[in-house]
Design a protein around this ligand. Structure first.
Ligand SMILES: O=P(O)(O)OP(=O)(O)OP(=O)(O)OC[C@H]1O[C@@H](n2cnc3c(O)ncnc32)[C@H](O)[C@@H]1O
Ligand SMILES: [Mg+2]
Length: 239
């Protein structure tokens, strides 16, 4: 922990973010901190952001958002905002879908954006439903998805999460981060609040994603594996 004294009047705040009498001031190394003018500032990670544009996470899925925020954690030094924009999703390979979704989001936001696209891939079906899982889940439900594997001995599957990041600058290339979790497809068990969680049992566990605590899911999931790569990339000064 580090203690400094805030030198800036609220109106002179270098970063310009004023919130309820507290102001965001610029510190060395481009870090910002919330403090009142003239008062000592205590730098807690949760109130400390690097001086940069917020990254806009474009997703309309509240469950995803909750997990992403938890996995990034309090120490993540960039501000992440959410926009619930319904972006069209192309057909194709998961990576191409995420890339196209990210390019559309960057065009819309005109700044740094992050999107993610999730696939659930059954090995017996050559990776299908894959990126089309949302539509299969909507039409067949979790029980129907399990039944799709009735005629196959092989119930193995993997969950794949692809994050795509764009700085939003013209000519910038989209960066892709792929995270996976291997498991098996089982008859639905556990709460039904998030997608296909009730039928996915990760390898090495006797519970489905739906049955385990969110903390356990967030340490082993496709999403946490992908986010670790996103974090490493951004923390290397790429934002
Ligand atoms: O706005 P976006 O981010 O696209 O959100 P979405 O709900 O449309 O999500 P996807 O396009 O990635 O489709 C993936 C489907 O898989 C579901 N899903 C995503 N992550 C999941 C997870 O960790 N556990 C269970 N289901 C998940 C999700 O609810 C969708 O039905
Ligand atoms: Mg979607």
């Amino acid at each position: 922990m580090k203690v400094c004294v805030c030198m800036y009047e609220t109106t002179n705040c270098k970063v310009g973010c004023v919130c309820g009498g507290w102001s965001m001031v610029l510190l060395e190394h481009g870090m910002g901190c919330l403090s009142q003018p003239g008062k000592p500032m205590t730098l807690h990670h949760s109130t400390m952001y690097r001086k940069s544009k917020p990254i806009v996470l474009c997703t309309g899925n509240k469950n995803k958002l909750k997990e992403i925020v938890e996995i990034f954690g309090e120490n993540f030094p960039y501000k992440v905002d959410n926009q619930d924009i319904d972006l069209p999703e192309y057909q194709g390979e998961p990576e191409d879908i995420a890339r196209a979704k990210c390019e559309l989001a960057a065009e819309h936001i005109r700044g740094p954006v992050l999107v993610e696209d999730v696939s659930l891939c059954f090995n017996a079906l050559g990776g299908m439903p894959g990126p089309y899982i949302k539509w299969f889940l909507g039409k067949c439900g979790t029980a129907g998805l399990y039944k799709m594997l009735d005629g196959f001995e092989d119930k193995t599957a993997y969950a794949q999460c692809i994050f795509a990041y764009s700085s939003g600058e013209k000519e910038s290339t989209v960066k892709i981060f792929d995270g996976r979790c291997e498991g098996i497809i089982v008859p639905p068990r556990g709460p039904t609040n998030f997608g296909w969680d009730p039928i996915f049992q990760p390898n090495g566990y006797s519970e489905t994603f739906a049955e385990m605590s969110i903390d356990v899911k967030n340490t082993i999931s496709h999403r946490s594996n992908a986010i670790q790569k996103v974090k490493d990339f951004l923390l290397q000064g790429n934002h």
